[in-house]
Design a protein around this ligand. Structure first.
Ligand code: GDP
Ligand code: MG
Length: 162
């Protein structure tokens, strides 16, 4: 079986955009408003000749729950079955209480984790992402899922974790 990477993060941080970037196709549904997306959950990807499975934890529909409970439940499901976690934050917003709650879940699961500081579209914002070291998840990888910036370095780190 292929190694599994769970993509975890709050709604609207750019998980689906990042999934599309990594798989090189537009299969994940990108939504302008935060909320429930109707993405497929599982995708196959290849990097440097190695195949792996990507699980978009925002892809489940659990909207009977409140938004925070929903995010947590989705993340928990995804993390449980994953070999490694790609945790995505919106670097233009910073870490919110929901992010902190998700980090607790990830810590409890004890899976290798790579931190993606998304929406770093330009050089000027790259240095700003450095404050995310404070999350305690190691090096924040500045990425623009929208434009592709930084995604190679991110994937190298992901493959080292998988
Ligand atoms: P998800 O809810 O985490 O899956 O987030 P989406 O992938 O649906 O993206 C939410 C919004 O953020 C959309 O409007 C995207 O176009 C936007 N977005 C995603 N990645 C980036 C990025 O790298 N830069 C910018 N500026 N916007 C982004
Ligand atoms: Mg999504």
């Amino acid at each position: 079986p292929l190694p599994i990477l769970a993509v975890v993060g709050r709604p609207n941080v750019g998980k689906s955009t990042l999934v599309n970037r990594i798989i090189g196709r537009r299969e994940a549904v990108v939504e302008d408003k935060p909320g429930v997306t109707r993405d497929r959950v599982s995708y196959e990807a290849t990097w440097n000749g190695r195949r792996f499975k990507l699980v978009d934890t925002g892809g489940w529909e659990l909207d009977v729950l409140g938004i925070d409970a929903m995010v947590a439940a989705q993340a928990e499901l995804g993390i449980e079955s994953a070999d490694a976690v790609l945790f995505v934050v919106d670097a233009t917003v910073g870490a919110t209480d929901t992010d902190e709650a998700l980090i607790k879940l990830i810590r409890r699961a004890g899976k290798p984790t790579v931190l993606c500081a998304n929406k770093v579209d330009g050089q000027s914002t790259e240095a700003e992402a450095a404050y995310l070291w404070s999350l305690g998840l190691g090096e924040p990888y500045p990425v623009s899922a929208l434009h592709g910036r930084g995604s190679g370095d991110l994937l190298d780190a992901v493959m080292a974790a998988l």
